[in-house]
Design a protein around this ligand. Structure first.
Ligand code: FES
Length: 127
């Protein structure tokens, strides 16, 4: 049984985040701030042939936002951009084994940061 409001998966990703950091020569960056709390998430993507070959994140935010970012990097690594665009905040919440109601907006940051990053990539390429 998880202690407190968070699942074991959330606690694992919060205490041991995957792919944290930045990619210096990123092909795309998505930065978003939450209108709810002001927390900020930044995603860096490395893209080859329309596929995400590397992804890192920097999140200045709560534990749920850090766990959401971390699991998002795992969910989208290796996916094509079109596949990655299917990722929703619900996907993130499900993968985390749930989030308490007051923390559901934290997962929205992941969905939005990813969409902004992919838009950034397409803009850079004039698409
Ligand atoms: Fe706002 Fe988590 S992102 S409290």
């Amino acid at each position: 049984m998880p202690q407190g409001p968070y699942s074991d998966i959330v606690m694992d990703h919060f205490t041991n985040p995957r792919n944290m950091g930045e990619i210096e020569d990123a092909d795309a960056i998505g930065e978003v701030g939450s209108p709810v709390c002001g927390d900020v998430m930044k995603l860096y993507l490395k893209i080859e042939d329309e596929r995400i070959v590397d992804v890192k994140f920097k999140t200045f935010g709560c534990g749920a936002a850090i766990a959401s970012s971390s699991i998002t990097t795992e969910l989208v690594k290796g996916k094509t951009l079109d596949e990655a665009l299917q990722l929703s905040s619900e996907t993130v919440i499900e993968a985390l084994g749930g989030l308490p109601p007051a923390k559901q907006h934290c997962s929205v940051l992941s969905e939005d940061a990813l969409k902004v990053a992919i838009e950034d990539y397409r803009k850079r390429r004039g698409q």
